[in-house]
Design a protein. Structure first.
Length: 470
């Protein structure tokens, strides 16, 4: 139990706890291995005190029997250096709790668990907008911890209606320091996120190509023309009428794409987001392009790509030889495969890469856009990143371990470099080399397409005229 006079210190002052009171932290243990675990008496729960708030916010979570099947009641406290203590959930009388569950697919099997959390009331965290639902990404397979945020922030500078905002925090669960987490907006329809509405015939869906991906709560079905495997995100439980409407709209979209005729697909496919999403997937060489996390929306009968999601195994952090490489073209799949067969689409896509190339370069290198994004993140969050491996006790997969360390697994990613700094260096080099390859490829392709009259500016002008009449 937590008493009001109890002081909670960050672990860098006295070392790491070994006992985790919410669920097992040991690889291979079930989520519900709780028979011999102490439980909290929430009737005597009071807000913890913080003697010296650190620069990085700290989220304290108190919950029992955290699992991946159902939400569990939980209490949340957030210490923030700017306000010394910010209180979000439960209500001040302690009579109402929030909720927590383990989230994710492969990451849910990691000893450092990711979570979905829900507050009792809509809350604006770090200026990201008011909502009840948030995700806590643990990034256990990414030794730098920053791949997801790098790409989410990159997408916010490109042609998407929305890209998830996120912030790094230190997380404690039942007084055990769990390390650095990325608190991020859940992908959903609402004013502060995707400003669409299912009542207006709008849809948010995920393309999930791999048959191995089967979430118990998801319903999977095929698109009418390309027979791509998808699952609906919004609405969560579509009616038969909504499913019929969705398939009718998708049939028009896929039929238009199948013509490989610009004058047809320009009416149904948002060029800006479709091209930018392709270049993100191509640039990061994402191995998860085969297994899911590709989101699309339909609004006013028009398909748009995004929001972007799930890049912890991208940017060279994979055991796949082709996608570990900084060379090669690997993302021309699904609807992109059809579109790229049209020389006009090829030309405007390659023009767009050269237009946005500075944003990719700026991930790792200072350029006309300013200081590179990796160093900018390190300037602010470096202390938290390092505490993830020192104070929390997480050890890199394949590293020398001792009884005081908690070993991370790497079922999909290669064994990391031995130090955090070396892993950052490898990431920067990979980004730089990948951009050089794609920049050279785009320049070479454009020379071979010089006889195509359509330009990117003209293509967007035509589409804007069509969409404005809807």
């Amino acid at each position: 139990m937590i008493h009001s006079n109890m002081r909670i210190h960050s672990l860098h002052s006295f070392g790491a706890f070994v006992l985790f009171l919410g669920h097992s932290i040991l690889s291979g243990c079930s989520d519900n291995a709780l028979d011999n675990v102490m439980e909290y008496d929430f009737s005597q729960l009071n807000a913890p005190n913080r003697e010296t708030p650190q620069a990085i916010p700290e989220l304290f979570i108190y919950a029992n029997h955290i699992n991946s099947s159902d939400y569990t009641d939980a209490y949340f406290y957030l210490f923030d250096a700017s306000t010394h203590f910010s209180y979000f959930s439960p209500t001040e009388d302690f009579e109402s709790s929030g909720h927590i569950k383990i989230r994710g697919n492969s990451t849910s099997q990691s000893p450092k668990k990711p979570y979905n959390i829900k507050f009792e009331k809509k809350t604006n965290l770090f200026g990201m907008g008011k909502t009840k639902k948030w995700a806590l990404l643990s990034n256990p397979f990414d030794p730098t911890l920053i791949r997801n945020k790098l790409i989410y922030d990159l997408a916010s500078n490109l042609s998407f209606i929305y890209s998830p905002e996120s912030y790094f925090i230190d997380v404690w669960v039942n007084d055990t320091f769990m390390g650095n987490y990325q608190i991020v907006e859940k992908i959903e329809f609402q004013k502060s996120r995707i400003p669409y509405d299912v009542d207006n015939g709008d849809y948010l869906f995920e393309l999930v190509d791999s048959e191995k991906r089967n979430k118990a709560d998801d319903v999977y079905f095929r698109t009418p023309v390309n027979h791509l495997r998808i699952t609906m995100t919004e609405p969560e439980d579509p009616s038969s009428k909504q499913m019929d409407d969705f398939q009718e709209k998708m049939q028009r979209i896929e039929n238009a794409i199948a013509t490989q005729d610009f004058s047809e697909y320009v009416k149904y496919v948002d060029l800006r987001s479709m091209i930018d999403y392709y270049w993100i997937e191509e640039f990061v060489n994402d191995p998860d392009i085969h297994t899911g996390s590709l989101f699309f929306t339909i609004h006013n009968g028009i398909m748009r790509s995004g929001p972007v999601w799930d890049f912890d195994l991208a940017l060279g952090n994979t055991k796949s030889e082709s996608q570990f490489s900084t060379e090669g073209i690997n993302a021309q799949k699904y609807w992109w495969r059809e579109l790229i067969r049209d020389p006009s689409y090829q030309k405007i896509a390659y023009e767009r890469y050269l237009q946005i190339e500075p944003y990719f370069d700026n991930l790792a290198n200072d350029n006309e856009l300013g200081k590179n994004k990796i160093d900018s993140l390190l300037d602010y969050f470096n202390e938290s990143f390092r505490r993830n491996y020192s104070d929390s006790g997480w050890a890199y997969c394949g590293s020398q371990n001792d009884n005081e360390k908690r070993q991370l697994s790497c079922p999909y990613n290669p064994i990391p470099q031995p130090t955090f700094d070396e892993n950052i260096k490898v990431l920067k080099e990979w980004i730089t080399d990948r951009n050089k390859y794609l920049k050279a490829t785009a320049s070479r392709k454009l020379k071979s397409l010089k006889n195509i009259e359509l330009t990117l500016d003209r293509a967007l002008e035509i589409q804007d005229s069509i969409f404005s009449s809807h």
